[in-house]
Design a protein around this ligand. Structure first.
Ligand code: GLP
Length: 245
């Protein structure tokens, strides 16, 4: 596990975007695993800026996103489908047909998850998986559990996740209680993983996830077993591990 120290959120975003850029430059036909949440937003901004400058070409890139709220329509601004178009896809030359987000509009959960596993499989595998991390250590929407889930599955969101994500919705009651998420096995199958963390409120979970025991109760802790993980974090998020990295 490699830790890259950044000064603040902007620095973290640029460093993370540089890692993603390098992937696209080294392998223009790569598969990027993409994430939502507020942490990667700055990195997406950099990628859009560098694309506009002519430094990046997404025409060969395929993307698979980690997760989606169950039941939200694509035109709902809180859906991850909308988020990805809004922050990245509609601003760069990625072929929309090559962008994939689990389909939250499919009511049949088994069918939605089966379809998404097929989609991920058909890409041939993720080259670089971008991950944010929830306060309870969730990655994608893999919440603390007794086991590590394998493929795409439907989850009941933890109350703390609903509370944290309610800041994006008009009221807490509007936050969906379920989501479809890629499983831990699929995430761990990515060739490389890039984790982004920022802010004091992530300092505790950063320590637990990367220096604590590997347990499904802290889903991100499994990343300790992956051979190619880079964690880019700002000083605030690394506050509790600064003397160990
Ligand atoms: C959501 C997403 C996760 C994300 C997490 C952290 O729950 N499903 O993929 O990592 O939020 O979000 P933030 O970056 O806003 O702290």
């Amino acid at each position: 596990m490699r830790f890259v120290k950044a000064r603040d959120y902007d620095d973290m975003s640029r460093k993370a975007a540089n890692v993603i850029s390098a992937q696209v430059i080294y392998k223009p036909e790569c598969v990027l695993g993409l994430a939502t949440g507020s942490t990667p937003v700055g990195a997406y901004k950099c990628l859009v800026e560098w694309y506009r400058k002519g430094d990046l070409d997404f025409s060969g890139v395929t993307s698979v996103n980690l997760d989606e709220y169950r039941g939200l329509q694509h035109d709902n601004p809180q859906s991850y489908y909308y988020f990805m178009n809004d922050h990245l896809f509609s601003h760069v030359n990625i072929d929309p047909a090559n962008t994939h987000v689990p389909d939250g509009t499919i009511a049949d959960a088994d069918e939605a998850c089966r379809q998404y596993d097929e989609t991920v499989k058909s890409t041939g595998g993720v080259d670089l998986q971008l991950l944010g991390m929830g306060h309870n250590g969730h990655i994608g929407f893999n919440e603390p559990d007794d086991v590590f889930a394998k493929g795409t599955h439907c989850v009941n969101l933890a109350q703390s996740t609903i509370d944290a994500n309610s800041r994006f919705f008009a009221s807490r009651d509007e936050v969906p209680t379920q989501a479809y998420t890629m499983g831990i096995q699929t995430i761990m199958s990515a060739k490389k993983i890039l984790v982004v963390v920022s802010g004091t409120d992530k300092a505790d979970i950063v320590e637990k996830a990367f220096f604590g025991p590997i347990t499904p109760q802290v889903p991100a802790s499994i990343l300790q077993l992956h051979p190619e993980v880079t964690v880019v974090g700002d000083e605030a998020a690394f506050a509790k591990i600064a003397d160990r990295i």
